[in-house]
Design a protein around this ligand. Sequence first.
Ligand SMILES: C[S@@+](CC[C@H](N)C(=O)[O-])C[C@H]1O[C@@H](n2cnc3c(N)ncnc32)[C@H](O)[C@@H]1O
Length: 314
Amino acid sequence: MTNNLEKKNVDLQILADSFGTDISDVKKICEKQLDNMDTGYTVYSGLQREKLIVEILKSIDSDKQVIGAPERKNIWNDGWNENLNLLKSNNYQLDNLLPKFIRKNKPIRFMGEYILPNEQNFEHKYFNIYREWLFEKYFSNFDSIYDIGCGSSYNLIELTKKFPNKKIYGFDFVQSSVDIVNEITKFYNLNAEGKIFDITNPDHNIHLDENSLIFTSGVIEQVAGEFDKFIDYILQMKPKLVVNIEPMYELYDQDILFDYLAAKFHYKRGYTKGYLPRLRELEKEGKIEIIKLKRLNFGSLLMEGYTCIVWKPL
Ligand SMILES: C[S@@+](CC[C@H](N)C(=O)[O-])C[C@H]1O[C@@H](n2cnc3c(N)ncnc32)[C@H](O)[C@@H]1O
């Protein structure tokens, strides 16, 4: 088995394939950001890939995290509290809000391969490029954006920068996350507001503004399949658009080792399954329309957290 490692670069064609669009589209929106990162990466093959796969299997076997378990709420609250304290003790510098689950200097999954990026913050930077494209394509026409499960406000801050005239709501089921939204809103005089909201038990007294969009990123994954009441809430409140960035178990091709491993990890931890099939049922019943579905073929070493579903209640 050889150890010849292939070097590649992320280019506009790769972005277009990953985002599900064409080159001219990504060129317009993403070229500058792409120019500002080291796009080189090395593809794992041969013996290196074999060793990495053993490492992955060992990580899956030894992983103890149970998604949706009651203690997870305290873990999120404590985690975001750490970010909140860092923020306050560092003069509200927003780089203190980078979530710790985005890891640096690690092999990751990218376009069907395991790769080692040159750029140590590759996952973060690539996601930022995607986010810029996503916000530009889908968020512009709405007056209010609801970032539900907003965590450390990592995406919410970007939304407030890009759309200063829109009202940006940050909802989460833990207080420290809501506190971050309200602290930065006060400090930077943003047009934003934080509120407690549990997607497994949505408060129907919380009404949405006219002409609004609901956004989730890595949140539906966290409720271990308990998303029905959230879908009911959305169907009742009728936002104009819903954009989910979530891992999607059903899109892994489990006949291929590369995907089987990610599906195995997703299953072991108990991340949500069944969300996409449920949306497809609702589409058949004429209750919603799915506008875009795209797996980005990008993620951390163990799973792909980034599938985009854009849909709307009818
Ligand atoms: C992986 S983080 C994602 C945070 C943020 N959306 C981002 O992309 O950086 C998951 C977030 O979901 C929140 N969360 C988990 N279960 C929730 C629930 N039942 N209702 C609302 N938020 C929840 C957690 O508190 C945490 O902030």
